[in-house]
Design a protein around this ligand. Structure first.
Ligand code: 2RA
Length: 335
């Protein structure tokens, strides 16, 4: 497969290269794509050096698959141009996620909806992916009525500038601010921009994307997204009310049997998920499973995952793997 990674020099782009190599994705030609300021520079992939190209050049090379992590503006403008030359685009930005004609895919949940007609496929937001990974099997069995979620999100979700701000503050250095306030030893209830309704874009993604992926607009979701000074992954406290009652042992068994989910749940030995141990892994870790004793049919849980891997790069590569395995993408003949 001729595979382009658009936004190859960014944090997700770097993880994308690592995951493609780790998973031995079948690449006959690797096309690193970035903004004009990076064109011509060299980048390493799979033990070889490649020269970064610009978007025009990349389209002309007609990749079979283009995995984007280059922001919404670039995705809106360029994904259709790649699709027009036969490329299948998997986009990490929010640009196409809520477009009714585009699929929003977590492979373990809804990859089976994909067809050869899907030339632009949206990768969900990191905090949505880890939550629906844990909730999808429970929704199928007990039918979700309402979700109350609070997230505790790593600075890596904001990008290099935020990681650098935390590092500077930790070392007592001055530097460029990614956030309006210090992040070290702090918690900012502010992920992405505020909307008219008082929620942030990040919080509304958890609402809308969850309903789209689980194909159930009746699911009520309310979210509070918080930025905290961790580096390894996002954590989420989830309170979920079901239409039907459940047995905790059944919930634990169901989650343990779900591909991509690992249950870490034994307070007797202080076993619960933590970002420091989820870092650089692809699983979604679930723990602190306990009945909400304040109302019936309701469960509390704690969900942790590496936001740059399953939350972004790995999920996108898994979509690409599904496309290839199910012959939904064929290697194009190019002259
Ligand atoms: C964040 N989910 O964590 C957003 C974008 N990666 O900032």
């Amino acid at each position: 497969m001729r595979v382009a990674v658009v936004g190859v020099t960014g944090m997700v782009g770097e993880v994308m290269r690592k995951v493609l190599t780790e998973r031995n994705f079948p690449i006959s030609e690797f096309i690193p794509v970035a903004s004009e300021r990076s064109v011509g520079k060299e980048i390493a992939f799979n033990g070889h050096k490649y020269t970064i190209v610009g978007l025009e050049t990349a389209v002309a090379l007609r990749p079979d698959i283009a995995i984007f992590s280059a922001g919404g503006g670039t995705a809106l403008e360029w994904a259709p141009k790649f699709a027009a030359v036969g490329t299948t685009v998997i986009d990490n930005s929010s640009a196409w996620r809520m477009d009714p004609s585009k699929k929003l895919v977590v492979p373990e949940i809804n990859a089976s909806s994909l067809t050869t007609d899907d030339k632009i496929i949206a990768n969900p937001n990191c905090s949505t992916i880890q939550m629906v990974m844990a909730l999808a099997p429970l929704h199928e069995k007990y039918k979700i009525k309402r979700i109350v979620v609070s997230t505790y999100q790593s600075v890596s979700g904001t990008g290099v500038k935020a990681v650098q701000q935390l590092e500077n503050e930790t070392n007592g250095k001055k530097g460029e601010m990614a956030y309006p306030y210090p992040i070290n030893r702090n918690a900012l209830p502010h992920c992405d921009v505020f909307q008219e309704n008082g929620y942030t874009k990040e919080e509304m993604k958890l609402v809308k994307e969850t309903q789209k992926i689980l194909e159930d607009d009746s699911i009520k979701v309310t979210a509070t997204a918080v930025r905290i000074p961790t580096a390894g992954g996002h954590s989420e406290s989830v309170n979920v009310e079901f239409e039907n009652d459940f047995e905790l042992s059944e919930v634990r068994k169901l989650l343990s049997e779900t591909d991509g989910v690992v249950v870490q749940d034994n307070p007797d030995v202080n076993l619960y998920p933590m970002p420091i141990y989820a870092h650089d892994k692809d699983d979604v870790f679930v723990g602190r499973l306990r009945r909400d004793e304040s109302q019936p049919n309701t469960l509390n849980m704690w969900i942790v995952s590496d936001n740059l891997r399953k939350g972004a790069a790995t999920n996108a590569v898994q979509i690409a793997e599904y496309l290839v395995a199910n012959k939904l993408v064929q290697a194009q003949l190019v002259s």
